[in-house]
Structures are given as C-alpha cells and as structure tokens.
Design a protein around this ligand. Structure first.
Ligand code: GDP
Length: 304
C-alpha cells in the first residue's frame, strides 16, 4: 500500500516513528512543509525536512525535536565567540548537512533534488520531498507589528498577541501532486494546522488531489489546545477554536476521517458531524508503543 504523509517538524515525525515500524518504509512518501525555511548563520535551514530525515534513520534529537542526537557544538560555540549571532543553535553534524544544501543551492540545484540526494546518501528508503522548491515569505501579524516567523518564535517566545499568519502560496515541487495521486491513502499527521499543514494544502493542485484520496488526519489539538508550540494562538487568530473541533472545521473539505485524542471523546459526535468519520485513540505519543498503536489505527481506517 502506498502512503503519503504530510508533515511538519514535530508532531508528525513522532507518528513516523511508529509508522515506520509497521509498514514497508519504501512505500512511504513524506511531503514536508518548507514555509519556515531560511538562511541562518550563513547556511540554508530547512528544519522540518531535516527533522523528518533524521527521524527516519533514528538520528533525531528527541529532547528538542531538532538536530542530531549526540551532536557536538564546537562550531556553534566558536561562532558565538566571534560575535556571530547563532539564532538557532546548530550542531556540527547537522551543520554539515546544511552546508551541503547551501552549496548545492548556490550551484543551481533545486531543493527537491538536494533532499533526494541527501536522503539517499543517509540511507533513507522512504521518499522525502519539500512541498516546494520555492521559498515562502511568512510573517506573523501581531499587536507589536509584523514579525518574522523565527523572531516571533525565538526572540519574542510566542508572547505577542497574534492577529494573522500570512504566507505566500508557492508552486508544488515536481513530484508532489503525482505522489498524492499515486498513493492509496494520505495521512495528515498531528502537525501545526496553520504553519505546517495548510501551507502544503494551499499549494495549487494539492487540495484537489487530496479530495480524490482517502485522507486521515490526526488532531494536534488535545483538550484545551496544542500539545506544544504556538498552534493554539494561530488557530484562534484565524477564527478557529484551538480544539479538535477547530481542526475538523479547518480540514472539513479534504479529510475523510479525523482521529482525536481519548481525552476529547465527548466531542466525537460533533467532529463526526463536521468530518463524517471520527476515530478515538491515545494520541499523546510518549512511547513507541503509543506511536505504533496510533499508526496502526490510522492504517486500519483504510483497511476497514
Ligand atoms: P513544527 O514544524 O515544529 O511546528 O512541528 P509540527 O507542525 O510538525 O508539530 C507541531 C504540532 O504537533 C503542535 O501543534 C502540537 O500540538 C503537535 N504535537 C506534538 N506532539 C504531539 C503528540 O504527541 N500528540 C499530538 N496529538 N500532537 C502533538
């Protein structure tokens, strides 16, 4: 069975840890959000793509859901001594992967070509592709003005009030639409709906391709809101409740089934009325067993 997964850089990679244990990894294609890609400390960073790649080969630093576990920080510390602001703390091995991306981009290669080369060199058997080869412009409209995404996230620690999240719509990377069309099912992982999933869905041709497929999504909103990160603020700013109901409303025209957390069982009828089908499961992915169990429920949705 061919499976396409839409992913950001934290929630969905956790699901991938379970999924890769129970499916043939060669049948997995992961389309990854690139809306946050940018240059930092002289290197091009496609954070979500790197997290997905490192997760697939068990290299991810699970403490931060960023970077490579056991990495060293000699370059980072040296740069700081030299007065170079390292906005993102980048490990040495992690930086090597970024340096190669930066070099190849300068030489004129497309991001999708570079990611494909790197995933093969790293021994990753699943397909990993950026949603686009073109960078998006994203800013967060807040009560203290428009902020660059990372300024909002890191410098301002997500504290300002958010009025809107604005990003440019970019064209799909070459294989994105065909990958969705050629898959048996699509999984939308529990990633930030506003800054990870909708940027992919908004790409021309993606929503139409999803409408013709069996699509299962997992809610990243559990109980009062997001499990981590600023997704609740972003949902509210765009007029959606920060709950599985808000996710259901946002995804209603391209998702066939929404899996919600057991804590939200009381909302299952409401979700069903919006989406049509609902699954209830422990989605708090604190152990490999929970991740595998959730992945199995997602797959069973197709087989049923
Ligand atoms: P980002 O690229 O780092 O923003 O990461 P993602 O968009 O992939 O994931 C962020 C979202 O993952 C947040 O909205 C969280 O609510 C969600 N998330 C993280 N861990 C879990 C989990 O264990 N279960 C569920 N249901 N959602 C999670």
């Amino acid at each position: 069975m061919k499976i396409t997964v839409l992913s950001g850089g934290t929630g969905t990679p956790k699901l991938l840890q379970g999924l890769k244990e129970i499916v043939d990894v060669e049948d997995l294609s992961i389309i990854v959000n690139t809306v946050e890609n940018n240059y930092f400390s002289g290197v091009y960073i496609s954070g979500d793509i790197d997290v997905v790649m490192y997760t697939l080969i068990d290299m991810i630093d699970e403490e931060f859901w960023y970077g490579i576990k056991g990495d060293t920080y000699v370059t980072s510390e040296t740069l700081k001594k030299l007065g170079c602001p390292e906005k993102l703390r980048i490990g040495d091995k992690d930086r090597a992967i970024m340096i190669q991306k930066t070099k190849l981009l300068k030489e004129g290669y497309k991001l999708s070509e570079i990611v494909d080369l790197q995933r093969k060199k790293l021994g990753i058997k699943s397909k990993v592709m950026p949603m686009s080869d073109i960078d998006s412009d994203i800013y967060i409209d807040t009560d203290i003005g428009n902020l660059d995404f990372h300024d909002f996230l890191i410098d301002k620690q997500c504290k300002p009030q958010v009025n809107d999240v604005v990003y440019s719509i970019v064209p799909p990377a070459p294989e994105v639409i065909d990958t969705i069309k050629n898959s048996d099912m699509v999984i939308i992982g529990p990633s930030n709906p506003i800054t990870s999933i909708m940027p992919i869905v908004s790409i021309e041709g993606v929503k139409d391709a999803l409408k013709n497929k069996f699509v299962v999504a997992i809610s990243p909103m559990v109980g009062e809101g997001a499990v981590s990160g600023p997704a609740s603020k972003f949902m509210n700013a765009l007029g959606y409740e920060a709950s599985c109901i808000g996710v259901a409303k946002l995804y209603s025209d391209f998702v066939d089934k929404l899996i919600i957390d057991s804590q939200d069982e009381n909302l299952s009828e409401d979700v069903k009325n919006i989406i049509g089908d609902v699954g209830i499961c422990n989605t708090m992915m604190k152990s490999l067993d929970i991740k595998k169990n959730l992945a199995k429920m997602v797959l069973d949705s197709y087989n049923l």
